[in-house]
Structure formats: C-alpha cells, structure tokens
Design a protein around this ligand. Structure first.
Ligand SMILES: CC(C)(COP(=O)(O)OP(=O)(O)OC[C@H]1O[C@@H](n2cnc3c(N)ncnc32)[C@H](O)[C@@H]1OP(=O)(O)O)[C@@H](O)C(=O)NCCC(=O)NCCS
Length: 177
C-alpha cells in the first residue's frame, strides 16, 4: 500500500504527455478513445488547465484527472470531470482520491457552481457527488440516471439548471458508429 504522503499532485506538463496517454490506454483498456479524448482536451480552449492534474509517486505518473468547461442552458459554466484514471497496479491505493480532493479544494474557491460527471455510482458519492437529474441538471443524451452525478460548489444556486452542452472535444465520443 502506498503511503498517501508520497502521492504528489501537480499540473500536467508537456513532458508528461506520453505517460498520461499510456496511462489512459492502460486504465481504460480496451477502449482507446479515452487516450484520444486526453489529446483533444489538451488542445482545446475548454480545458481547465489548473485542473489538468497528474498524481506522481516517486518519479512515476500513476494517475491523471482532467476538467473542462461545459455550458448549461441557464447560461452558467460548469466544470465537467473527465477523464479520471489510475494505472491498474496502483488502483485502490487512494491515488484517485488524492486527485479528486486536490481538484475539489481548488474548485471550492472558484466561480464554478457545479461539477458534473458520468461515472460509476459506487465511487463518486464518497466525495459528495449526488444524482444530477433531481437537481434539474440533464445530460444531452440518454444515460443511466445513476451515472449522471453532480457536486454542488459554494457558488451553486437552484438557478443553475437545464441541459448540459459538452465541449467540442467530446463530440467524437457521441457520434453513432
Ligand atoms: C475509478 C478509479 C479512478 C479510482 O481510483 P483509485 O485510486 O483506484 O481509487 P481510491 O483508491 O482513491 O478509492 C477510494 C475508495 O473507493 C474505493 N473504490 C475505488 N474504485 C472503486 C470503484 N470503481 N467502485 C467503487 N469503489 C471504488 C476504494 O476501494 C477506496 O475505498 P476505501 O476508502 O474504503 O479504501 C480507478 O480505479 C480507475 O482508474 N479505474 C479504471 C478507469 C475508470 O473506471 N475511471 C473512472 C471512470 S468513471
């Protein structure tokens, strides 16, 4: 088990690109589209660069987390969490948690009202995520309700509602084959 004090979270640098793309391929095996998403997000204005985070243990990149800006029909800008991946050998050793806590701490002092994500319902509630549909936050496509989750930040109000428009880097994922 990794000593949590040895997990260093910092912004991704260009010298990390190869490692984070390899990480996406390994964590999301056999789906190579996440590595492609990582490349598209990096090249996009929608990326929240302060939240393009890697987790490093000794000299190795073992986790990667990205956020981008999404719009909702009420006019607000939201923080969209995707992707979050940890190298298989390093999973369940609190690396994902270290990345999540770093990002949420930053977001709590930001103007963003809400974080949204599509993710496993067994993981994200431990950080305070709740089902997004009951808040009036809807995805732009059909999703199992339990995977569509939101985290209310200090800037949240019930005026934040409607349908979420994903930024352009996600378009290729939602085109029917
Ligand atoms: C999901 C993922 C990011 C979690 O990162 P991680 O570093 O393994 O998670 P952590 O060690 O921080 O987990 C914290 C707690 O959640 C639990 N947990 C981890 N993954 C879980 C999962 N998929 N479902 C439910 N609980 C999970 C851990 O056992 C741990 O429990 P504990 O506090 O009782 O010890 C990582 O396992 C991963 O990369 N998976 C493959 C890619 C993926 O599915 N990404 C997310 C898409 S939604």
């Amino acid at each position: 088990m990794i000593d949590p004090l040895t997990i260093h979270v910092r912004q991704e640098q260009s010298s990390d690109h190869q490692a984070t793309e390899a990480l996406a391929l390994a964590a999301f095996d056999p789906d190579p589209r996440v590595a492609e998403l990582v490349r598209r997000l990096r090249a996009s204005d929608s990326l929240i660069t302060e939240l393009n985070l890697v987790a490093q243990v000794e000299n190795r990149i073992v986790g990667h987390l990205m956020f981008s800006r999404a719009r909702i029909t009420s006019g607000h800008e939201l923080a969209l969490l995707s992707p979050l991946g940890v190298l298989p050998k390093f999973q369940r050793q609190h690396i994902g948690s270290a990345l999540m806590l770093h990002a949420l701490t930053w977001l709590k002092t930001s103007p963003y009202p809400l974080v949204i994500l599509e993710g496993v319902p067994s993981y994200y509630p431990r950080f305070g995520f709740v089902a997004a549909h009951p808040l009036g936050i809807n995805p732009p496509f059909d999703l199992p309700p339990a995977v569509w989750q939101a985290y209310r930040l200090p800037a949240y109000s019930t005026q934040v509602r409607g349908m979420v428009h994903y930024p352009e880097p996600f378009d290729f994922l939602h085109i029917e084959p």
